[in-house]
Design a protein. Structure first.
Length: 582
């Protein structure tokens, strides 16, 4: 671990750090919460103030503050180092490595560019941009809140401003704000555009989207241009507005997804707060991984043209595979609105009502593929919808929508089930992408490890049970024997790194154990019975192999056969109901 990371860990209290992310309750000297990385009804996520670590006993993952932040916010170690450095007052720029310093300067350049664009918006050159924003009904305070700016129609105004401010031209180019021409000169990437800063999930500016000024659109100039990929900007991970809306999303358990900055900003201005928007890219698995930690419901509100409908379909498929409860927010046809921004202007307050009336995604498919009115190519349409049902992560949802499809189509459910099972999943990028949605599984523990972990955690939660089980502790793996002795000893002996890691998990698990001494002793008896029986079965397998080898070589097997009988008798004794080990 780097010196800066160690300084951060020494200054950071993990309980205080995790409190904004989790609803914690005390569990002895530890704290417990519901895991944000998988769905669970009973809290199994434990936090240790003493050891400054966390561990989930549901999905098996754990670590320190860095590990939590990296997984929760979907960021790498360097970005986590920067964030936690700012939080604790550790100067990463001075103590960090060369790579981190290069990342820091990109943040500084983007911040300086944002300030430049904001100043240009309120200059004489920015007046047409302000008039356009007013025409779109964006309020001045809203434009300030989202730090909207303007890039003047000058070849290198931003480039000259940034280099004049002391930033190296190579760093400005790496930030994606300028590019080198064939003549060797530098040109601003954004010119004559209304500028929307793009923020990471902590509110740091990492890039921009520029909307060309109305009247200047042409086939050679994109209506919207985004910053290119940089070390701090990955559009497949960034969700516009999440730094502002994540608490509202977490509180409501629902994220409303729109397509662009204007939709987000105008809906936000209209009072809809639990939203995010994609930034110049289709919805991705990485986006969904971020949202899945905050909510399990997703409402989609994309443009009403064919491109928007295709984007909606793709998002539904990915969301269903990610086990979201997905819905579609339909816009009223009578308002002639093509997107949420139009609705926010035409009828303030209506968006909240429409979000509440969003229809389940499968009902959207039933309408889109005419399952209700049975028009068009019925077989083809049914197969399309059945392929969507088949891809849902939840078996309960699959059964529910299969039944609904039978009701609407008039075809018996068993026939539809046969048809669905025969449909081969189409090998497209969407399906392949969705297959990667499952969380990275923790390496599974062996049965012996699971039993040993449970025994150790029970002993630590009921320390006066140790005297009763001490005669059979020898059946535990050596590492578990060592950590029990270390935990209960007056003078703590030194542990290996592996043993210390085991002790960390066992100590956290002890906080989950809520039982009296009698119940703990009864469970310990059963666990040691299973551990002893499993060990005897291993001995039996080894004995059988030894007999086979001895018989092949013509050696005497009488002693081995007697041992085989002893092992069998001992196993039978342990399998008798009520047999005591302790």
């Amino acid at each position: 671990m780097s010196d800066s990371a160690q300084q951060i860990k020494e200054k950071l209290d993990i309980v205080d750090f995790l409190r904004p992310y989790l609803q914690m309750t005390p569990a002895g000297k530890n704290f417990k919460a519901s895991c944000p990385f998988h769905k669970e009804k009973t809290p199994s996520f434990m936090i240790s103030p003493d050891r400054q670590t966390w561990h989930c006993f549901g999905c098996g993952i754990g670590g320190d503050a860095f590990a939590f932040l990296m997984r929760y916010e979907n960021i790498d170690f360097i970005e986590a180092l920067k964030i936690l450095g700012e939080k604790t007052g550790v100067d990463i720029g001075r103590v960090g490595n060369t790579d981190q310093k290069q990342v820091n300067i990109l943040y500084e350049i983007n911040t300086a560019a944002k300030d430049f664009f904001k100043k240009q918006l309120v200059s004489d050159q920015g007046k047409p941009a302000i008039e356009y924003l007013k025409k779109r009904a964006m309020k001045g305070e809203t434009a300030k809140e989202f730090e909207v700016g303007f890039a003047p129609d000058i070849v290198d105004s931003l480039t000259r401003y940034l280099t004049g401010s002391g930033f190296p031209i190579a760093a400005v180019e790496k930030a994606g704000l300028t590019f080198k021409t064939e003549r060797g000169t530098y040109m601003d990437r954004f010119r004559n555009r209304i500028m929307f800063p793009l923020y990471n999930h902590f509110g740091k500016v990492v890039g921009f989207t520029g909307r060309i000024m109305p009247g200047h659109e042409n086939e050679n100039t994109g209506k919207y241009v985004n910053s290119p990929e940089t070390p701090i900007f990955n559009k497949s991970k960034i969700l516009y507005g999440l730094h502002l809306s994540k608490n509202a999303i977490r509180d409501s358990g629902c994220a409303i997804l729109v397509e662009g900055q204007m939709d987000f900003i105008m809906a936000w201005q209209d009072g809809l707060k639990n939203m995010v928007a994609t930034s110049g890219t289709a919805l991705t698995v990485e986006h969904l991984k971020v949202l899945r930690r905050l909510a399990d419901k997703l409402v989609l509100s994309f443009d009403q043209d064919e491109a928007g409908r295709l984007a909606t379909e793709r998002a539904i498929d990915l969301a269903g595979a990610a086990d979201f409860s997905a819905k579609v927010m339909e816009l009223p046809a009578d308002l002639n609105a093509k997107d949420p921004a139009d609705i926010a202007v035409a009828k303030p307050g209506l968006l909240k009502e429409l979000a509440g009336r969003a229809i389940p995604a499968m009902n959207y498919y039933f309408d889109r593929y005419a399952i209700r009115n049975k028009s068009g190519d019925v077989k083809k349409n049914l197969r399309t919808v059945l392929s969507k049902i088949k891809f849902l992560a939840s078996p309960v949802e699959r059964a529910q929508w299969l039944k609904e499809a039978s009701h609407l189509s008039g075809i018996q459910e068993n026939y539809l089930l046969d048809e669905m099972e025969n449909i081969k999943t189409v090998d497209t990028p969407v399906w392949r992408e969705a297959e990667s949605l499952a969380a990275d599984p923790a390496e599974p523990l062996s049965r012996k490890e699971v039993i040993s972990q449970r025994i150790a955690s029970l002993v630590l939660s009921q320390k006066d049970c140790y005297a009763a089980i001490e005669p059979v502790v020898k059946y535990l793996p050596t590492s578990y024997q060592a950590i029990l002795k270390a935990s209960l000893a007056q003078e703590k002996p030194a542990l290996t790194v592996e043993q210390d890691a085991i002790l960390n998990i066992v100590s956290l698990r002890a906080g989950l154990e809520v039982m009296d001494k009698k119940a703990a002793e009864a469970e310990l008896d059963e666990l040691f019975r299973q551990l002893r029986r499993d060990r005897l079965r291993e001995e039996g397998q080894n004995n059988s192999e030894a007999i086979r080898i001895a018989e092949q070589s013509g050696a005497d097997v009488a002693g081995l056969l007697a041992e085989k009988q002893r092992i069998a008798d001992e196993i039978r004794r342990l399998e008798v109901k009520g047999a005591k080990v302790i």
